[in-house]
Design a protein around this ligand. Structure first.
Ligand code: ATP
Length: 311
């Protein structure tokens, strides 16, 4: 019987995010192109030997900074380790689906910044579902895991497909798009955390005009046209987050002034990214905003989603 499994899961950015409007269930109807990027959380799941004391207590979660050092101990201290952690919710959803208890310890080596608009919590939930499927040999398909993940969070299903995808509904319906290639990207996070529900509430009181950019982004990706993709990027939440958190507006402006080909907010922020021609351009732009941000990573698009690491 397999005792442990190591799962690697990327962060995502939104190349487009069109908000279509509020829904009766409190969510917003969205259309968004999501892109996985090479910035990962790594989760090691270990079976805890069956003991009555651990039954019904949820997973034991341990968090540590990942190898890149993009998450400090202090940044990680805000992440709850109890039943409200997205990993605990994922384990509970799996237990409810299968009727089996999953006594498990989950060590998370975190490089995806927290509350940053990069869906780190959702990525971890997807990794936990994938890890349990593997460890207990459940044989669930990617689509079955994605359906289960949608009960945990709107962004979770994306990670079972990864690469480049169109998300609709509240973000949980996924259609894979053509992967445009290993494009380079600079991701920066200003030193603040943003609550996604807060930004959506603020959006409802904001004079609304959708940037309606998703079709342009899809066309550019299908054509593999980097320049056109840079021009098409857009996020309806960007004016809202920028007006509540002026540092976000400053980072966006600074990157544009420094010559970034395409700049946009990811999710509800505060992370901002720039698509760049080369790693060198990424490093130059990084220098231009270094004094304003807490995290800056030059990396690439990723064609995959959540994956089991063979170690
Ligand atoms: P979202 O758009 O889902 O809010 P995000 O990328 O902006 O995602 P996350 O890093 O997922 O932000 O964190 C959102 C909230 O979830 C934070 O308050 C964080 O403390 C909490 N959280 C719960 N579980 C986790 C986890 N495993 N990793 C990161 N954050 C978690």
């Amino acid at each position: 019987m397999q005792k442990s499994v190591t799962i690697c899961v990327p962060a995502k950015v939104n190349l487009s995010l069109d908000v279509l409007g509020p829904r009766p269930d409190g969510y917003h109807e969205l259309v968004s192109v999501m892109q996985a990027i090479r910035l990962y959380d790594t989760l090691v799941l270990e079976r805890i030997p069956d003991h009555p004391a651990v039954k019904g207590h949820g997973p034991v979660i341990e968090l540590a900074p990942g190898p890149l050092g993009t998450c400090s101990q202090e940044a990680l201290s805000v992440v709850p380790l109890d039943e409200t952690n997205h990993i605990s919710k994922a384990v509970r959803a799996m237990e409810n689906k299968t009727g089996t208890p999953f006594p498990v310890r989950v060590k998370v080596f975190k490089d995806i910044p927290v509350a940053a608009g990069l869906a780190g919590g959702s990525a971890d939930a997807a990794a936990a579902i994938c890890g349990l499927n593997e460890l207990w040999g459940l044989g669930l398909s990617r689509q079955e895991m994605a359906d289960l993940g949608s009960e945990v969070g709107s962004d979770v299903p994306f990670f079972f497909f990864g690469g480049t995808a169109l998300a609709t509904g509240r973000g949980e319906h996924i259609r894979q798009l053509r992967y445009p290639g290993d494009w380079h990207i600079l991701v920066v996070k200003p030193p603040l955390s943003v609550s996604t529900p807060f930004i959506y509430k603020a959006y409802d009181h904001y004079p609304q005009c959708s940037s309606d950019c998703t079709q342009g982004v899809i066309a550019a990706l299908e054509a593999g046209d980097f320049v056109s993709a840079c021009r098409s990027l857009g996020n309806d939440l960007q004016p809202v987050t920028s007006s509540h958190f002026p540092i976000v507006a400053r980072v966006l402006a600074r990157l544009k002034e420094a010559g970034a080909p395409g700049v946009c907010l990811s999710g509800s922020g505060p992370s901002v990214y720039a698509l760049v021609d080369s790693p060198e351009q990424g490093q130059d732009l990084r220098s231009a905003v270094e004094d304003l941000v807490e995290v800056a990573v030059v990396t690439k698009f990723c064609s995959l989603g959540v994956e089991t690491l063979c170690v």
